[in-house]
Write a protein that binds this ligand. Structure first.
Ligand SMILES: Cc1ncc(COP(=O)(O)O)c(C=O)c1O
Length: 359
């Protein structure tokens, strides 16, 4: 271990209070969290402590100017009960890409990895054993200067906490192609996983839900014609056997599930196209009877099938899930890689190292 992470273990584990067959998403938190503070240009006071609230100064810059970034990743157990991460270094890299855009300090990738290994090794009892269930991991960083005025903070806090999540039996989702609000434009912060992007999405999502749809399908900010992504997912279309997904253009989050699926589909011989995707092309494919599947991809759901898309006065009702091939196949492939049921030939799955932690 390169870094000196001090560990204070909880006196009273809450693990026996958890019903692993019935875990509400995002509401159950494991026993410990990792914390580090950035001061005088250095990450200091690296520690794992019992999960607990902490106090924050009313003038903390994050509360006013929104310098806040995060990641979402998972650890799961393979068939032998061994805890595993999936492509953890991609999350270490992406949080630094977000940090750069938000004028925040880099968090060393090797420290990120050491911190998640130490934390998850300690709380591995919290990883649900069933395939499809997982320990959700939330690394995040925020500005802590006690200061009123718009400038980058000099001090930051980095935290990682975790919590078990059940299998995500997402029912197919309905989407509205957004024609009023914008999530992101090239040159903005869309490619960063920063809190403000999610705050901006809340009102449009509520309006969509009031119209009876689950989520918004974001369109480009200039013409409202080019498809971007959906909620917390990237989006894929299967048109006449070919897989098409919007090219990342600076306004779309570069999903790690998206990247994984692009690699797997190409290896399996599918034609996969990343390009600016005009909604008229999707509507025309639908009218020709060639729009076979639409699915969203992300860490939480892995693959979420889309049942229908509203665009202006059109509603595109997609073929039944039972007849779909590519979405279900790729979801099974990723679940299988995570559980060890399918052999990992890419080095994507990494065993959680059981570290000697000193109290
Ligand atoms: C806006 C947005 N798009 C796409 C994704 C999917 O990314 P990933 O596959 O890395 O979870 C997420 C989730 O992190 C997201 O928040």
């Amino acid at each position: 271990m390169k870094y000196d992470i001090k560990v204070s273990k909880t006196k009273q584990s809450r693990l026996n209070e958890v019903d692993f067959d019935n875990i509400p998403f995002g509401r159950v938190f494991s026993d410990h969290m990792f914390v580090a503070d950035y001061e005088n240009g250095k990450w200091t006071d690296l520690r794992i402590v019992p999960f607990a609230p902490f106090s924050i100064h009313p003038a903390s810059m994050v509360l006013h100017y929104g310098q806040s970034i995060f990641e979402g990743m998972k650890a799961s157990k393979n068939e032998n009960g061994q805890p595993m991460f999936f492509r953890p270094e991609m999350h270490a890299k992406r949080i630094n890409a977000s940090a750069q855009r938000m004028c925040m300090p880099d968090f060393p990738e090797d420290l990120f990895l050491e911190a998640i290994h130490s934390l998850v090794a300690l709380d591995q009892g919290w990883i649900p054993p069933q395939e499809g269930s997982a320990l959700y991991i939330r690394p995040y960083m925020f500005a802590t200067d006690e200061f009123i005025g718009v400038r980058p903070s000099d001090t930051y806090r980095f935290i990682i906490f975790t919590g078990p999540v059940g299998p995500y039996y997402a029912k197919p989702v309905s989407l509205i192609a957004e024609q009023t609000y914008i999530r992101a434009v090239a040159g903005g912060t869309g490619e960063a996983k920063t809190s403000g992007n999610y705050a901006a999405s809340l009102l449009p999502a509520r309006v969509a839900q009031e119209k009876g749809y689950d989520q918004v399908m974001w369109m480009d900010g200039k013409e409202f014609k080019y498809i971007q992504e959906v909620g917390t997912m990237n989006i894929f279309f299967v048109i006449n056997g070919k897989v098409v997904t919007p090219a990342t253009d600076g306004a779309i989050l570069k999903g790690i599930t998206r990247d994984t699926i692009l690699i797997l589909l190409r290896e399996k011989g599918y034609e996969v196209i990343e390009k600016p995707l005009h909604i008229d092309e999707v509507v025309a494919a639908f009218d020709r009877g060639e729009l076979q599947e639409v699915f969203g991809t992300g860490t939480a759901a892995v693959v979420s099938h889309v049942a229908k898309i509203a665009y202006g006065d059109r509603v595109l009702e997609l073929p039944a899930i039972e007849g779909r091939k590519i979405g279900p196949m790729i979801k099974d492939e990723i679940d299988g890689l995570r559980s060890g049921r399918i052999e990992d030939t890419h080095g994507w799955v990494e065993e959680v190292k059981t570290l000697e932690l000193v109290d």
